[in-house]
Each structure stands twice: as C-alpha cells, then as structure tokens.
Design a protein around this ligand. Structure first.
Ligand SMILES: Cc1cc2nc3c(=O)[nH]c(=O)nc-3n(C[C@H](O)[C@H](O)[C@H](O)COP(=O)(O)OP(=O)(O)OC[C@H]3O[C@@H](n4cnc5c(N)ncnc54)[C@H](O)[C@@H]3O)c2cc1C
Length: 317
C-alpha cells in the first residue's frame, strides 16, 4: 500500500499547494510506514518530487485539465497502479472539480477542506473546515481507501529528500472526451488561493486610480492582491481577484482588508484566514467583529504609513 499525491505540473512548476500535499503525505506515511508516491499530469518534475519524498510516480497523459472526467479517471488509474490507500490532493480549483469524482472512481471515502494533520490514524480522524470557515468538524473515515482534499496553508511545505525515484508514463487516450483548444493564464504572480499573505481592497478606495496604495503595500509584503465584489463589478480590478461567497474562497495566513465593510457574502470567502487585519474609518464596520486586529482610520493615511513601516523594518533586517 502507499500514499499517493496528485501533482499537477502548471507551467513547469509544482504549486505550493502541491508541496503542502506532499508534506502531508510524507508526515502521514512516516507514522503509518507507507511510502509517498505521485500521480502527475504534465512533465513529472522528478527533482522536486525527490526533494519532497516521492520514490515512485505514474505520469498520466493526455493532460486536459478542462476534462475533469478524464482527469479523475486518469488519477484513479494511477492510484490503483501505485496500490494507493490514501489519495491526497490540494482542494484548489482543480481539486474542487475532481475530488468527488475521484472518491467514486477509487471507491474511497472522502474528506474535503482538510485543515490539519490527522488527529488519529487508526481509525482515521481528520479535521475539516465547514460553513466557509465558520466551523470545523472532526470526521472519522471508515472506508479502506480515502481521498483527502487539503485546504491551502493547512500545513507548511517541508522537504524530505529521497535518493531514488522511478516512474512510468501511461497514455489513456481512450478516456478523452474533451479537447484543449486554447489555454491562457489570466494572472501573473502569486495565485490567490495559494497565497500566504493577501492584501484586499473594497469600495473605500473610491476608484481604481487609488489602487496603487494597496499595491505598494502588497509589493512590500510579497502579498497577493484581492478585492470585494463591487470593486470587480465596477471593473476597478479583474474578476479573478474578487473574493467571497461568489468569488474565490481563500485561507491565507494573513488577510489585510482595507476599506471593506465585511458583508456576510465577503466574509464567506475569507473566514478561513488565520489572521485578519481590518483597516476602516467606520468603527461600526461589521468586519471588525471578524478581525484579529483592527485599525480605525482613513486608509489614505494609514496604508502609506504601514507601507513605509514595512519598508523601514525590511531595511533594518
Ligand atoms: C448574492 C450576493 C453575493 C455576493 N457575493 C459577494 C462576494 O463574493 N464578495 C463580496 O465582497 N461581496 C459580495 N456581495 C456583496 C456584498 O453584500 C457587499 O455589498 C460588498 O461586499 C461590499 O463591498 P465593500 O465592502 O467593498 O463596499 P462597501 O459596503 O461600500 O464598504 C466600503 C467600506 O469602506 C469603508 N471606507 C470608506 N472610506 C474609507 C476610508 N477613506 N478609509 C477607510 N475605510 C473607508 C467604509 O466605512 C465601508 O465599511 C454579494 C452580494 C450578494 C447579494
């Protein structure tokens, strides 16, 4: 038996969420005495896989991420081939679209939005986030095979190098139903769902001409940028930056919300953040109730000062 991680090669990289899944696998594997194997799509990045404890992989082809049925079928094929007992994958946009299908195809129990290492291994009990991060539950999985879909930042990536890796390519053309016609990356930099630090802005910024204030802070912190829905609806920012119930759900270690009121639909996408800092000039803004730290003040004064303070701190370090 083995622990198998789904590793998606995106433009020649394994994303941080995948490194977290690999770390989760080798930590579970060292307790259970099971090796960490991988099913990969795209060129297997064997040097990285070796650094993160993978000694065997199956590369499945063709790689058509849009065909989730093909993808889930290919991964479950690799999982069987590697004699997997546990299948671990990030609960990112790809993970969300295939996790359920994988559980069916692998005849496995499933836990999604897993937010920590298992509380116990036999029986397997894991904690998951519920209700957009407003609650968490510990669930026990009673099936022989298990799919665990990890919330981002559930664990910090840790290397565990192995000396040797072996692998094979499996071509599963017969499963393909959808053909990739064109693929385009919509954003550069740190992808929002994986970001550890996020600086986010709302209507308090008054207009897109002031967004540089937020970007300056994000740049100093090495953070991804996000926004509330009205901001993207007004085309101040692109739609892929909108977080919330109808946007992207994120779980960074730090979420700085500037000039955002904290409507329930916004909180629905950011409640899983480990630390929330709110900057707002209205002491009654609902966001303060969800905040770990709050600054009551005018963002046009507070944010440039914060950026300067980060700059000064970095120059001393
Ligand atoms: C079905 C549905 C789904 C929705 N989904 C989402 C979603 O996914 N994501 C989302 O964000 N919204 C969503 N919304 C909209 C949501 O209800 C709120 O309207 C929206 O989040 C408010 O955005 P905001 O906080 O940027 O703007 P506002 O509510 O206008 O708040 C602006 C804030 O900025 C503060 N401010 C103003 N000037 C300054 C200043 N100079 N300095 C500091 N602070 C200042 C104000 O005090 C205020 O709190 C949804 C709504 C519905 C009905």
């Amino acid at each position: 038996m083995s622990i198998v991680v789904y590793c998606e090669n995106i433009e020649g990289n394994l994303k941080k969420a995948t490194l977290e899944a690999l770390t989760y696998a080798h930590k579970m594997g060292s307790e259970l005495g099971l090796p960490t194997y991988a099913v990969t799509t795209g060129e297997p990045l064997t040097d990285v896989l070796k650094q993160y404890g993978v000694s065997k992989y199956v590369e499945v082809s063709p790689n058509v991420p849009a065909d989730t049925s093909l993808l889930a079928g290919s991964i479950s094929f690799g999982f069987e081939k590697l004699n997997g007992q546990y299948l671990i994958l990030p609960y990112n946009s790809t993970g969300k679209s295939i996790a359920g299908q994988l559980a069916v195809k692998c005849d496995a129990g499933i836990v999604s939005s897993v937010n920590a290492l298992p509380e116990s291994l036999e029986p397997l009990r894991v904690s998951q986030s519920l209700f957009a991060g407003k609650a968490s539950a510990v669930v026990q999985v009673n099936t022989a095979k298990v799919v665990l879909a990890l919330q981002s930042n559930a664990i910090q990536p840790e290397e565990k190098p192995v000396d040797e890796i072996s692998g094979e390519l499996v071509i599963l053309d017969s499963l393909s139903q959808v053909e990739l016609v064109k693929q385009e990356m919509l954003s550069e930099g740190i992808p929002l769902p994986e970001a550890e630090l996020v600086v986010s802005g709302g209507r308090g910024f008054k207009g897109p001409e002031n967004w540089h204030i937020l970007e300056d802070l994000a740049k100093e912190l090495g953070a991804a940028t996000a926004c509330s829905r009205p901001v993207s609806d007004a085309d101040w920012r692109p739609h892929h930056e909108h977080v919330g119930q109808t946007g992207i759900a994120i779980s960074p270690n730090l979420y700085i919300a500037i000039g955002i009121s904290g409507a329930i639909q916004h909180l629905g996408g950011v409640n899983n953040s480990k630390t929330i800092v709110v900057i707002n000039n209205d002491p009654e803004a609902p966001f303060f109730k969800a905040a770990d730290y709050g600054v009551i003040g005018d963002l046009f004064e507070v944010v440039p000062k914060l950026t300067a303070a980060v700059q000064a701190f970095k120059s001393k370090a």
